[in-house]
Ligand binder design. Structure first.
Ligand SMILES: Nc1ncnc2c1ncn2[C@@H]1O[C@H](COP(=O)(O)OP(=O)(O)OP(=O)(O)O)[C@@H](O)[C@H]1O
Ligand SMILES: [Mg+2]
Length: 314
């Protein structure tokens, strides 16, 4: 069965339609020169010479789907502020269809790094929870967006944008869509009924406890998978690749050796590739292998990044 030719075919990602929902973030970088100490306090003075902004969290997931060729819609909440506008502009530039609720009561989530002499001096975080009313209207948008996709990716960064996640999973399943979740926190009961949940090792440890051996891990992972009625649990294991747990057992896929520059956002790339390939009609195991390959490629890039179809199938 494993060598059926249809499995080897390269999935046509142009046909894939993916809906990404979750907490979006803007990763900002201010680069400058620090050549003197402030007269006001014992801190360096940085003269900013260059700026960069990248899509983060769920927006990075959407960016990765779009870069692979999927028609991608991103549903999220942002503030009515300058950072929100910048995020909307970047989303448009990446070819993502953005559906944003602008909540005047919150700030758009931003991580701003000040970098001088290749060193991060400071990171400033801005974030606030979206309000109840805005989240409720987001649920209505979700129902409307559902018919136009095959796969729903729920990217939980624990910032409050996925308060209604249990209902979203139910609605998506009723509409016959595949649901993938990148989890956060120690309460996974709200992910019940999703098709695939993709924790990393630290995230899984938080819910199933510390495992003593590979066999112990498999028992714990399978117990969680059954309890949540998932089709699969995909554990991402950093430099060790991924392990897929399904009713058929565990399948381990090793990572592809390469030079690592920056591991941040690798998990986003994995779930985005998985979702795009499934939406393009790939079988789960083939999609997992491609997702693992994509994760290995993206860690060779600096900062949160996306990879193209061409790079993935090279
Ligand atoms: N050092 C590495 N070498 C090769 N591949 C890697 C390495 N680190 C990560 N990967 C690839 O990326 C995938 C996801 O990495 P990881 O398990 O660290 O996810 P994560 O912690 O959710 O990442 P993040 O939250 O930073 O996006 C791995 O399963 C693997 O395919
Ligand atoms: Mg992650």
């Amino acid at each position: 069965m494993k060598t059926l030719p249809t499995r080897k075919r390269v999935p046509d990602t142009k046909k894939a339609r993916v809906l990404v929902v979750g907490d979006v973030m803007l990763d900002r970088y201010w680069f400058g020169d620090a050549s003197r100490i402030s007269p006001e306090a014992p801190v360096p003075v940085v003269l900013i010479v260059r700026e960069e902004a990248r899509l983060g969290a769920a927006a990075n997931v959407a960016h990765n789907c779009a870069a692979l060729g999927a028609r991608t819609q991103l549903l999220s909440v942002i503030g009515r502020d300058e950072n929100g506008e910048l995020l909307v502009k970047l989303v448009r530039e990446k070819g993502i269809q953005g559906s944003f609720h602008r909540d005047p009561k919150i700030r758009t989530t931003v991580k701003l790094r000040v970098v001088a002499r290749q060193q991060q001096l400071l990171r400033l975080d801005f974030e606030t929870q979206p309000s109840r009313e805005v989240l409720a209207s987001k649920l209505a948008d979700f129902s409307q967006a559902l018919p136009a996709c095959e796969v729903v990716i729920l990217s939980d960064y624990g910032k409050g944008g996925l308060t209604h996640i249990a209902r979203m999973i139910r609605l998506a399943r009723e509409a016959g869509k595949q649901v993938l979740v990148d989890p956060k926190g120690d309460d996974y009961s709200r992910y019940k009924g999703a098709h695939v949940v993709t924790p990393n090792q630290a995230e899984l440890r938080e819910v199933v406890g510390r495992w003593k051996s590979e066999a112990d891990l498999e028992r714990r992972a399978q117990r969680l998978r059954k309890k949540l009625a998932l089709q699969a649990l995909l554990l991402t294991r950093g430099k060790d690749g991924v392990t897929l747990y399904t009713a058929g057992g565990a399948v381990h896929v090793k990572s592809e050796e390469r030079e690592v520059y920056d591991v941040s956002g690798a998990g986003d790339t994995v779930i985005a590739t998985l979702g795009t390939m499934l939406a393009a009609g790939a079988r789960l195991e083939q999609a997992v292998r491609l997702a693992n390959r994509a994760g290995g490629i993206v860690v060779g890039k600096v900062g949160t990044a996306a990879i193209s179809r061409k790079e993935l199938f090279a």
